[in-house]
Design a protein around this ligand. Structure first.
Ligand code: R7I
Ligand code: MG
Ligand code: MG
Length: 324
């Protein structure tokens, strides 16, 4: 178990009744995990597309692996959640095995992360492989940030610990400071959302690199000036770079007060659509709760092994309560 408490998952898709703080925590934690999955599935069919070719109000549509299927973003999130529940903390040896066990090539992993997996399989030490990719600088990709929601849920009540555990989970595959910082900032944003705090202030105060500080400052400026109808500011870049995409995801969540419109906006940015929507979904889901996720989107999520029901059942133990 990650923290004390006894939370029962009940009526997860309905608004909480009364001021039951435990039910609110579980609802928000469910929003973070299923929000990641929904964003991943919503954005997947559009990954790599330019903005102009994406409909303004996207819906779950046919995807490479079928409608409502997930990619590496959710697959790695599930492995991270399983490892946290088993070990109660980020245990890098256990986590690396969980990532390898979960790996399915069709889910569309980043090339740096695939290379790290190959190095592990060839006998390179778990803590040495991530530093060997991208000319020995490590990856600055968003792969550590996209999967981070379980760490934020697990350590939501201790911001300092949350940051330490998030960084440890990131460094397993991402050695570049921007790849790590993006994951820590994304975790801090989800943690703030779970606690009902000011999300952008916590994220900005957490950022350690010049890149994240710059992109988060831009988010603050852009949020102060509402864009014209249907316009997207050119400073928002939806790439696989953690410094750019974590900020784009945060803007998407914070510029919209509804989960649904936040994710449609995130996908509409084009580029790394599954991941920016997944990260935006984690923040908006943590802020608004599981009950805010449209049921028509939840209904079509894949539900086989390690699918929707399985991920749903991870929420309570991650919160410190019993498994369903
Ligand atoms: O970060 P990572 O796991 O990728 C996640 C992305 C998400 O969009 C997923 O949906 C999936 O599609 O992949 O994998 P990496 O390969 O480490 O990083 C992602 C990408 O960022 C790389 O493939 C590179 O294009 C880019 N990148 C870099 N490019 C140049 N130099 C990351 N680090 C570098 C770098 O140092
Ligand atoms: Mg993906
Ligand atoms: Mg992606």
């Amino acid at each position: 178990m990650c923290s004390d408490g006894s939370f029962i998952l009940n009526r997860m898709n309905e608004p909480s009744e009364g001021p039951d703080p435990q039910a609110i925590v579980v609802d928000r934690a469910g929003g973070a995990l299923l929000g990641t999955f929904v964003g991943d599935a919503l954005g997947m069919p559009f990954e790599g597309m330019p903005r102009a070719s994406i409909p303004r109000h996207v819906e779950m549509t046919e995807a490479r692996l079928g409608r409502g299927t997930y990619t590496d973003d959710t697959q790695m999130m599930v492995a991270l959640a399983e490892s946290l529940i088993a070990r109660g903390r980020v245990d890098v040896a256990h986590l690396s095995r969980a990532f390898l066990d979960a790996y399915q090539v069709d889910r569309g992993y980043g090339r740096g992360t695939r290379r790290v997996f190959d190095l592990w399989r060839s006998g390179v030490a778990v803590d040495a492989a991530a530093g060997q990719v991208f000319d020995g600088k490590g990856s600055r990709g968003n792969g550590a940030a996209m999967r981070i929601a379980p760490v934020a849920v697990c350590f939501r009540d201790d911001h300092e610990r949350l940051c330490v555990e998030a960084a440890a989970s990131a460094r397993v595959t991402h050695a570049h400071p921007v790849g790590v910082d993006g994951a820590v900032v994304q975790a801090a944003a989800i943690g703030a959302a779970l606690r009902g705090e000011d999300i952008l202030s916590v994220a900005r105060a957490t950022a350690q690199t010049a890149e994240l500080r710059r992109t988060l400052d831009a988010v603050k400026e852009l949020l102060a000036v509402p864009p014209g109808c249907g316009q997207v500011h050119p400073r928002l870049t939806s790439s696989a770079d953690a410094g750019e995409s974590v900020a784009a995801a945060l803007y998407s969540a914070l510029a919209h007060d509804r989960f649904e419109t936040a994710l449609q906006f995130a996908v509409g940015l084009g580029g790394d659509t599954d991941t920016v929507a997944a990260m935006s979904g984690a923040v908006a889901g943590a802020r608004d709760g599981y009950h805010s996720i449209p049921t028509r989107w939840l209904a079509v999520l894949e539900d086989g092994e390690r699918g929707r029901s399985y991920i749903h059942a991870l929420v309570s133990p991650l919160c410190g309560g019993p498994a369903e």
